[in-house]
Write a protein that binds this ligand. Structure first.
Ligand code: FES
Length: 87
């Protein structure tokens, strides 16, 4: 599990194993527009303010993944204990 913060919304939620960040966000009322839910379309991209994402998508290039400034919340997770998103 890791802690996910939606900074602009002022919400913090714990993302359980087996739960996506998008599901965890929805559970606290932060709505994300999803499409493929498999990390291929890029619809759910969010800006990362703090923390290190664990990219599990097939959408970003290796360079974009290494930059760690965006994450796809339908499928990716966090390497750090806490991930802060601009949401
Ligand atoms: Fe398609 Fe997340 S919904 S990449």
């Amino acid at each position: 599990p890791f802690e996910l913060v939606a900074r602009r919304s002022g919400k913090t939620v714990t993302v359980a194993p087996g739960q996506s960040m998008a599901e965890a966000l929805h559970s606290v009322g932060v709505r994300i527009t999803l499409s493929c839910e498999q990390g291929v379309c890029g619809t759910c991209a969010c800006d990362v303010i703090e923390g290190e994402p664990e990219h599990r998508d097939a959408y970003f290039t290796d360079e974009e993944k290494a930059a760690n400034d965006q994450v796809l919340v339908c499928c990716s997770r966090a390497r750090s204990a806490r991930l802060v998103l601009d949401l």
